[in-house]
Design a protein around this ligand. Structure first.
Ligand code: SAM
Length: 459
């Protein structure tokens, strides 16, 4: 047997074989703690018998279990998604923010935004270690529609937060780029197609106009900046073009992109939901192409949502995104502030009033929201406790996203979300890359610098 990489464990020797679709390797996993090992698939029985693998696994079991417990149940919030306005100048088919708010909603007044960030700063100071700054991401609906307030807040709280801004790019002129880049604000754009005809199928103005060229122009302005990214939301409309998407991003020197599955929380998104198998084959083809481009050019285009799955497998505590763990990060690692001051576990819930946990500027603020029934419904969603996740070997690399989607589309928190089969295949694909020794090629350089190797055994 050759290399077996191990990094999780549990006190009970409950390893189960997982067919990852590799020619040589299968995985052995302990579903309870996300411990896994790659073994020669023709020798699974020997690997499961008492021997070096099980001995090593048992020796580390307690520390793996503690680590997973801390990650799943003991985090304090360290980030906030800010909605400085309800309005957006686009009407994307699948948007999780309600159309009435995006078309006719209100801006948060600058003074309220400043007061809100003051409250948030005080809250984060009370829970975060000294010297660590919380992340504050201006995220919705279109933050640059309330640019004056956003920029005033960034200046006022420059020392208190690490700021990011997610924008559709249509209002990102040179002055805005200069302002944001001078202050090291990370900038996310959104683009759904390699050409206008594809982008326009899902992302256009209220009067139906294309914004594709404007986003390309924004990308041009950001070339060379270290901290920017582009989100593509994967739907039936652009799935056949994901490989060209990756080629465009690589050519434009995009450092990081996301190829996100469309979240089917609201009905509009369900009309463009791809089938799981189509999503898997299109994403894997795009990932394969990103790898070829890296090999040819020496320059990586990191696909962050996929990189996060790899990191969840290789070093769970180094995860950067918290959608692929259960309970998810919503309402416990981060939360969202709506433009009317409402607090929600995640932006995904802003269209769902029953998930409003209170108002930031009213008595109780963040603490009251975290303790509210609205938040607890989300933070207590635990894949160990419902079917089919409770029996799934990869549930702690998947997390059964997303609670908002499960609740709205499938009828409850104890349901899976929209892409169960896809997530399973994605973990198998990731494990095949690990088996082939290619995983690092898909990750940010230095991703593991602060990460301890908890378990590493060659057999
Ligand atoms: C809600 S927008 C807000 C920021 C800004 N207006 C923009 O377009 O980037 C943030 C990101 O969420 C994505 N998004 C919106 N609805 C979604 C859904 N149902 N599923 C997945 N992503 C979605 C958008 O495409 C965009 O990339």
């Amino acid at each position: 047997m050759t290399a077996a990489l191990l990094n999780r464990a549990d006190a009970g020797p409950a390893l189960v074989p997982v067919d990852i679709g590799h020619d040589i390797y299968a995985a052995l996993a302990d579903p309870n703690t996300a411990f896994w090992a790659l073994v020669d698939k023709s020798r699974i029985a020997e690997s499961l018998a008492d021997g070096p693998l099980l001995d090593a696994y048992r020796a580390k079991a307690d520390s793996f279990a503690r680590e997973l417990q801390a990650l799943r149940f003991e985090l304090k919030p360290s980030g906030v998604y800010l909605n400085p306005t309800e309005r957006c100048n686009l009407d994307c088919t699948y948007c999780y923010l309600p159309g009435a708010q995006r078309s006719g909603g209100s801006h948060m007044p600058a003074a309220t935004l400043i007061a809100s960030l003051g409250r948030l700063r005080d809250y984060f100071r009370s829970v975060m270690p000294e010297g660590r700054k919380p992340r504050a991401i201006f995220h919705g609906a279109e933050p640059l529609m309330n640019k004056a307030a956003v920029f005033a807040a960034i200046d006022e709280f420059a020392d208190d937060f690490i700021f990011g801004l997610q924008t559709n790019g249509t209002l990102l002129d040179h002055a805005a780029v200069d302002f944001l880049t001078a202050r090291k604000v990370s900038i996310g754009l959104s683009l759904d197609g390699p050409i206008a005809g594809i982008s326009d199928a899902t992302r256009r103005t209220w009067s139906g106009k294309s914004v594709h060229a404007k986003v390309l122009s924004a990308m041009e302005k950001l070339k060379g900046y270290g901290s920017w990214s582009v989100i593509t939301t994967c739907t039936t409309e652009n799935l056949p073009h994901l490989t060209q998407m990756v080629e465009l991003f690589h050519a434009q020197e995009v450092p990081t992109c996301m190829l996100n599955t469309v979240r089917c929380t609201l009905p509009g998104a369900r009309g463009v939901k791809p089938a799981d198998g189509d999503m898997a084959s299109a994403l894997f083809a795009a990932m394969d192409r990103s790898h070829e481009l890296y090999r040819e050019s020496g320059r990586k285009l990191v696909v962050a949502n996929f990189a996060n799955i790899l990191i969840a497998i290789l070093a769970p505590t180094a995860r950067r995104l918290m959608c692929d763990i259960s309970p998810c990060g919503g309402g416990r690692a981060f939360f969202a502030l709506a433009a009317d001051g409402g607090l929600y576990p995640c932006s995904e819930f802003i269209g769902l009033p029953r998930f409003r946990g209170g108002n930031l500027l009213e008595e109780g603020g963040v603490e009251a929201a975290l303790a509210s029934a609205a938040f607890q419904t989300v933070t207590k969603r635990d894949v160990d406790t419902f079917s089919p996740c409770g029996e799934c070997a990869i549930r702690h690399f998947c997390g059964s996203p997303c609670p908002a989607e499960a609740h709205e589309m499938n009828g409850g928190m104890e349901k899976t979300g929209a892409f169960c089969e896809f997530y399973r295949e994605q973990v198998n694909y990731a494990l095949r890359l690990v088996a082939d020794g290619k995983a690092d090629d898909y990750l940010w350089d230095g991703w593991d610098e602060d990460t301890e190797t908890v378990f590493d055994l060659a057999m």
